[in-house]
Design a protein around this ligand. Structure first.
Ligand SMILES: C[S@@+](CC[C@H](N)C(=O)[O-])C[C@H]1O[C@@H](n2cnc3c(N)ncnc32)[C@H](O)[C@@H]1O
Length: 274
């Protein structure tokens, strides 16, 4: 099939942005025209559709296609040990406080919110496993809006080039090379079992079991998408779901409003709930 290049009208782009902004709290504007167009053009070709309007008519009727749209227009860049200094601070400075804050049981509960294809959640679990002695019960909720990325995370299969930041001895301990698929590695079951992948939209009421309170929440490099209003909504959810004295990690370029007195700023975009 010939890959046709279609020009979207400004109105069509505005309609796509409106739907994304309304459903996901994004702040997309006409400035995203070329990004949206370049990401969707192939999809229109695959579906044999002539216009972006026809595509949006389909998106409005078909949740599966809406999910596909979200996966195509979001940027899911991530990596193992991304912004690694935060994991070092976690290991050296914060984990002793987290453990001291766990009173009744030996459960550690963490949440990687906006986990993309899972590297962040797996890194977090590896770092905690490597620091703790045996006997702790660690679980990480890994959530994202993109079903495509969540599936990748669940499979836990990564090409060699995405593994370079994982120290060699940890690669051997937590990953198995795939004989059938040379150059690819899969997360071993013990680590995979600690992570629960789930689709959650951070700007809607979230289906997180109400009895759970987290010791640590990572929401890194997600706020870039959200309007300040929806950022605030997500922050309020994190505040609610964190234990007292729990920690919130944002991306390096992200910060909380300094007027929000509910949080103590530590360093490197890390905050502690009052
Ligand atoms: C750039 S990635 C960051 C991945 C990881 N946290 C990191 O720092 O490496 C941003 C992720 O946020 C997700 N995202 C964007 N808006 C969201 C929303 N409203 N609810 C849940 N996830 C969202 C995107 O699908 C994407 O996978």
């Amino acid at each position: 099939m010939i890959n046709q290049s279609r020009e979207a009208t400004d109105r069509e782009i505005e309609e796509i942005c409106r739907v994304l902004n309304q459903r996901l709290g994004f702040n997309y504007t006409l400035q995203k025209k070329y990004l949206v167009q370049s990401r969707l053009n192939k999809r229109l070709n695959d579906l044999n559709l002539n216009s972006y309007q026809a595509y949006m008519d389909l998106v409005k009727q078909d949740l599966g296609e809406f999910n596909k749209l979200v996966s195509l227009v979001t940027t899911n860049v991530t990596s193992f040990f991304r912004e690694a200094d935060q994991f070092q601070i976690l290991r050296q400075e914060l984990l002793p406080n987290i453990l001291a804050n766990i009173k009744k049981d030996n459960k550690i509960r963490c949440w990687s919110a906006g986990c993309s294809s899972g590297e962040e959640a797996y890194t977090l679990a590896i770092v905690i496993n490597e620091t703790l002695e045996k006997g702790w019960d660690l679980r990480v909720l890994a959530s994202d809006i993109s079903t495509v990325k969540l599936k990748e995370g669940m499979a836990g299969i990564y090409p060699q080039e995405r593994m370079v930041r994982i120290p060699q001895e940890l690669q051997g301990k937590y990953f198995t090379p795939l004989i059938r698929n040379p150059g690819y590695y899969q997360v071993k079951p013990g680590l995979r079992d600690q992570i629960c992948f789930r689709k959650l939209n951070l700007v809607e009421a979230m289906d997180v079991p109400d009895r759970i309170r987290f010791d640590l929440i990572l929401c890194r490099n997600v706020f870039i998408y959200l309007t300040p209003r929806y950022q605030e909504k997500a922050i309020n959810s994190f505040y609610y779901y964190l234990k007292d004295k729990g920690y919130l990690f944002l991306g390096h370029s992200e910060s909380l409003n300094y007027e929000d007195q509910r949080w103590i700023p530590l360093k490197k975009s890390i905050y502690r709930k009052m």
